[in-house]
Write a protein that binds this ligand. Structure first.
Ligand code: AMP
Length: 215
């Protein structure tokens, strides 16, 4: 299964991707996670990406396109993959198409999750993540037992630098301007399913699974 999860920051793409990864045994390819890992490791890629990420802007297309092109060629993507946070521009979507064609593959489905802006801000400001296992929490909606520690593995919880209100507003504007045109792009390609991401997580998951069966 080859799938794109599309939607603004905080729509639940990562949450749904993790569930699908477990269920189908295919990798989640989250460009944001790859870039944060590079920043953390202090690599050339990280140095290049950091200022864009801190500003809530997009990292240049050629950088992320290169990352995904290489990632898709790895062995664990043969059975399928879930793209989470890529593509984010029409140029990225076009490049993805070219990469997939050269690998003799095509997308099965693009699932777009829709959530109101106020709800997105609330979700993102309260978001916390485990540094060790990547599990996500929300300080109000899904709090950890202890504020600093992951329930699952005991790792440290952190708040992303770009999950502060001012940067969040900027990221949402960037989504509207640069990424939301992809909804029409994939609708025209006939591969889009739009889901209401305001519903409870298990309901969204059920609808994702139905969409994948139909796809
Ligand atoms: P995310 O974790 O998906 O919210 O991504 C965090 C940040 O990483 C974004 O605000 C961008 O600065 C950068 N980023 C992640 N994916 C992409 C992408 N496909 N294109 C450009 N920048 C990206």
């Amino acid at each position: 299964m080859k799938l794109i999860l599309l939607g603004p920051p905080g729509a639940g793409k990562g949450t749904q991707a993790k569930m699908l990864t477990e269920r189908f045994g295919i990798p989640q390819i989250a460009t944001g996670d790859i870039l944060r890992g590079a920043v953390q490791a202090g690599t050339a890629l990280g140095l290049q990406a950091k200022s864009f990420m801190d500003a809530g802007a997009l990292v240049p297309d050629e950088v992320v396109i290169g990352i995904v092109r290489e990632r898709l060629q790895q062995q664990d993507c043969v059975a399928g993959f879930i793209l989470d946070g890529f593509p984010r521009t029409v140029a990225q979507a076009d490049a993805l198409q070219v990469s997939l064609e050269s690998l003799g593959r095509r997308l099965d489905r693009v699932i777009s999750l829709t959530v109101d802006a106020d709800e997105l801000v609330e979700r993102l400001t309260g978001r916390r993540t485990c540094r060790s296992c990547g599990r996500g929490y929300h300080v109000t909606f899904d709090p950890p037992r202890s504020a600093q520690q992951c329930d699952a593995c005991g790792g440290d919880l952190y708040q992303r630098d770009d999950d502060r209100e001012e940067t969040i507003r900027k990221r949402l504007t960037v989504y509207d301007q640069q990424t939301s045109p992809l909804i029409a792009y994939y609708r025209a390609a006939g591969s889009l399913t739009e889901l209401d991401g305001m519903q409870p997580i298990p309901v969204v998951q059920e609808q994702v699974l139905v969409a994948l069966q139909a796809g």
